[in-house]
Design a protein around this ligand. Structure first.
Ligand code: HEM
Length: 194
């Protein structure tokens, strides 16, 4: 019963964050039109928009991580003998934990960075961030881990729902590729043209 509740809250929080990511990626694409970008961030940075949204994302992140940890601990206690491996590519548990820790680190660093920027000059800040190669690489690494995490967890959710159709898997992979490419396009463009 409790496990079901934890799984549901984890999936719900994950869905909220995925929706935020799609919204965030699409609004970032407005970078390619300076007036549209300024207009969007003028709207976004109003206190009644920015802070409730940030609170929603942080709350979803906390619920998602807390439920994931609780489910993991419960599963480890219940299962003394490991599952028979039938995945084509088996990723060791330690590597999964490391990638999740790095993803969290990326999100925390990114939010800290945005909290420090001058909200009247968001576009100038982005031009400044991504003219540095190490910053570009940091973001590309974060986006790569995010893409792996999204792809893996969305396919798992489908399996839990009893859907194993190839078509849905292809749809998920295409969606994740589009999301990642959309996010990456801005830093890569800035770095190339800097
Ligand atoms: C290339 C990728 C990305 C770029 C260029 C980018 C850029 C930005 C910028 C400029 C802001 C500041 C908005 C402002 O307050 O004026 C922002 C906010 C934010 N971003 Fe990203 N972002 C990227 C990827 C991500 C990813 C992958 C996540 C989550 C996993 C994320 C989560 C957030 C959150 C939660 C905020 C709100 C923080 C706040 O209000 O200060 N971003 N991002």
């Amino acid at each position: 019963m409790l496990l079901q509740l934890q799984k549901r809250s984890m999936a719900l929080a994950g869905t909220v964050m995925t929706a935020y990511l799609i919204f965030h990626m699409l609004s970032n694409l407005s970078f390619f039109s300076a007036p549209a970008f300024e207009r969007f961030y003028d709207f976004y940075n109003q206190p009644w928009v920015r802070w409730p949204l940030l609170l929603l994302v942080l709350l979803s992140l906390a619920i998602h991580v807390k439920a994931a940890l609780a489910i993991r601990i419960k599963n480890a206690k219940a299962r003394r003998v490991g599952y028979k491996k039938h995945d084509k590519l088996h990723v060791p548990a330690a590597l999964v934990s490391l990638s999740v820790a790095l993803l969290l680190l990326f999100i925390v660093v990114h939010i800290a960075q945005t909290l420090m920027l001058d909200t009247n000059h968001v576009r100038a800040a982005m031009l400044d961030w991504f003219s540095a190669t190490w910053m570009l690489l940091f973001y590309l690494a974060g986006l790569f881990i995010l893409a792996m995490h999204l792809q893996h967890s969305l396919v798992n959710v489908l399996q839990t729902l009893g859907i194993s159709s190839r078509m849905y898997q292809v749809l998920i992979i295409s969606g994740v590729v589009l999301l990642t490419a959309g996010f990456a396009s801005v830093p890569v463009y800035i770095w190339i043209t800097a």
